[in-house]
Write a protein that binds this ligand. Structure first.
Ligand code: IPE
Ligand code: IPE
Ligand code: MG
Length: 258
């Protein structure tokens, strides 16, 4: 799909004149990309469309990207769909968004599953409407043996609530005598996060140009490379995604060292 990625390792030199077979699998320089899908309403404003229709267009963009990410062999994609702060939006918008999540899951699950996507919803599920929560749980259960792209959708997600719930659970286990304070390591705390079994994202992309993390993956993104683009989410294409990966491949990650 689109222009080929230029980040694969060079082909080994051949010592005869046989043409090098076309590469079918690409070597990606990273396993996990996290995305803050921002700018849906501005996209609609720019086109003088009803603001909320930007969210529908955002879903199309996500669909395109999920297909693409699977086709290039990305292992993990984690997208921010609704933050724990987004409840502050109008009742109308919140309702619209939750209806959209429910419809998209209903309409897209079969294709995702055919494409071997493993779906996970991350966030505080305690305030998600019961029926929707059930469909989330069912889709996670039904896709758990899929071996393609791991797609995490963050809904009612906020890093501070995530870390707070982890601390509460750890404290409860300590109080029950199941854990000693000395057992609390970074690895242990990490395992209590919604992303417990998922490696940290090597890159975090934000569309829409805002220079902030908006309470997204604060722990997990401690050393993620940030890639912020002014492109609004509905306009973000697989080619734009490949450009981000190409730029990532050029970055020098030092982790505090020399
Ligand atoms: C991101 O787009 C989607 C959600 C937060 C649900 P926005 O709705 O924030 O759109 P802008 O940033 O206002 O344009
Ligand atoms: C972040 O976007 C949340 C999602 C993309 C779901 P926001 O639009 O809510 O972020 P702020 O308000 O600009 O920080
Ligand atoms: Mg926004």
């Amino acid at each position: 799909m689109g222009r080929p990625l230029k980040v694969s390792k060079p082909e080994p030199a051949t010592n005869n004149s046989e043409p090098v077979p076309a590469k079918t699998t690409m070597t990606l320089p990273l396993k996990h990309v996290a995305i803050i899908m921002d700018g849906n309403r501005r996209w609609a404003d720019q086109r003088k469309l009803p603001r909320l229709s930007g969210h529908k267009e955002g879903v199309k963009s996500l669909k395109r990207l999920v297909r693409h990410a699977g086709s290039i062999g990305l292992e993990y994609l984690t997208v921010y769909a609704f933050s724990s702060e987004n409840w502050q939006r109008s009742r109308e918008e919140v309702r619209y968004l939750f209806e959209l999540f429910s419809n998209v899951l209903r309409d897209e699950f079969d294709e995702l599953s055919e494409n071997r996507v493993r779906l996970r919803f991350i966030g505080d599920m305690s305030t998600i409407p019961a029926r929707l929560k059930k469909s989330f749980e069912r889709s996670m259960e039904e896709s758990k043996h899929n071996t393609g792209l791991n797609l995490q959708v963050a809904i009612n997600y906020g890093s501070r609530l995530e870390i707070t719930q982890a601390a509460k659970r750890i404290a409860a286990e300590a109080a029950a005598g199941l854990l000693a304070p000395a057992d609390i390591t970074e690895e242990l705390l990490n395992s209590y996060l919604f992303t417990g079994e998922i490696p940290d994202p090597e890159m975090m992309i934000r569309t829409g140009g805002e220079m902030r993390l908006s309470n997204y993956l604060l722990w997990q993104a401690a050393y993620s490379e940030l890639y912020i683009t002014p492109i609004l989410w509905p306009d973000f294409t697989p080619e734009n995604f490949d450009e981000a990966i190409e730029e990532y491949a050029q970055r020098n990650r030092r982790y505090g060292g020399d």
